[in-house]
Design a protein around this ligand. Sequence first.
Ligand code: AMP
Length: 182
Amino acid sequence: MLTPALENDLKAAIRTIPDYPKPGIMFRDITTLLGNPRAFRRAVDELVQPWAGAKIDKVAGIEARGFIIGGAVAHQLSAGFVPIRKKGKLPHKSVRIAYSLEYGIDEMEMHEDAVARGERVILVDDLIATGGTAEGAVKLLRQMGAEVAAAVFMVDLPDLGGAHKLRAMNVPVRTLVAFEGH
Ligand code: AMP
């Protein structure tokens, strides 16, 4: 758990843009947090804190904001980094999975040799909403034999149930701040 003061500081560092990208959505823009040296460092330190000293082989980041946070998390844990990308972007032989979005489905990919069987992986993205994206990434990693040690996010939208969905898949979840609603 974060102290209330730290949670407030991190929350205040995130900008909210109403009705983006469409009416009714409150877009939680973490670029302001990333641009704030102190907040960025504290957020990454807090995300990795339970795994400091643990054996984590890889950090998998979800395109695109998960790459930024995931790179910092991987560095902090002395782990490798694995990009999980939208389909058609990776140059080498890849594995692909369909996942559900709020409206419709999309596909994500990972290089087939990016994780080895039995490796312990932490999944990273900026925000978890319905959990459809993270669920797809967990399935992809497990399909390749990885052990998903945890999934970590700066922001949780608990009303949308994504963190709950991941925990029901036996994935420990860590989030730093929560916002009500969509
Ligand atoms: P979901 O699959 O529903 O959990 O959606 C998570 C993905 O969509 C993440 O990669 C987020 O960056 C993005 N996302 C969903 N809702 C929001 C929101 N309200 N503000 C910012 N990003 C969002």
